[in-house]
Design a protein around this ligand. Sequence first.
Ligand code: F6R
Length: 368
Amino acid sequence: EKGGWPSFMAKEIAEEPDAVANTLRGRIQDGAAVIPELSDLDELLTGIDRITIIACGTASYAGQVGAYAIEKWARIPVEVELSHEFRYRDPVITPSTLVVSISQSGETMDTLMAVKYAKDAGAKTLSICNTQGATIPRESDGAVYTHAGPEVAVASTKAFVAQITALYLFGLHLARLRGTLTSAQQAANLDELADIPGKLERVLESSDSVAQLARWMSDTRAVLFLGRHVGFPIALEGALKLKELAYIHAEGFAAGELKHGPIALIEAGQPVFVVVPSPRGSDEMHKKVVSNIQEIRARGARVLAIAEEGDAAVLPFADEVVRIPLAAPLFEPLLAVIPLQVFAMELAAAKGLDVDQPRNLAKSVTVE
Ligand code: F6R
């Protein structure tokens, strides 16, 4: 079933271009995002004034990435919360709140209970799910399926990029309904999205060098991950992958937070992955991250930068640079996450661990 791959995880990472392409299929019509499953919900989606995204683990990081895009495009406030936290804090929910749950399995008990809670409190609910007919989409007012195909490895990979893709489509669907982007802007963003599968293929071509890096680092005791804006949830996801697969202490930080505490962790030889935002997005943000790199390097950090092709500013300070193809800044997370998935998988493999079935974890967490 692994089709010649050493693990399901390796196979599923290789399937990421298809996961994105299949999630887009049939949902771009004449330069506009049209999600046929939502065709009955136009009135509901025009009337909402707030979105709360709920999810756990990797799905919650997809939600965090999606929130930047939905707010920017549809000009609607979006908050992201862990399902188990949401439910127990008496959140403000009104009939014009849309609660969007994200779940690969569609069976995660924490998320299911949060969806039921939101419904009882009067919210409208939408499920983004990878498993046809699962409990969470059945409990929701609407469902948008990701078409990543079955994910077998415990660690989520292809479902994550499919979730971001579905959230971006949803953001553009909302922007069309609510008139917050021009047709040209909608089409330009959809062109970017349509280009992602091809770019993912190119990112996958650099997997060997990432694997090499992971093998060199197989006795590392702790790894830090820094990112900013949409790169921040990617840093969190990189850290989660390394913890769950390689049992290595790992933490992700917002790069801007470094000087507020985490920089104290930096000592000679400490590996730090930095997701570098494109200089073509916000030049200011790019400069700030490059200066973060200089700060940690000056304190002895071993800097592993993930940066777009042609970004020369990182070269003098980074020990290793993993290149990703150029994409509009909001779309970079879809590319930047791959080297981090590959790194965690290869490091776990180098340690002789079971990549598909890490200790203490289950694919579908059906208890609260
Ligand atoms: C991490 C991972 C988990 C899941 C989380 C939610 O690699 O797989 O963090 O993302 O348990 O699962 P679903 O998406 O099935 O609700």
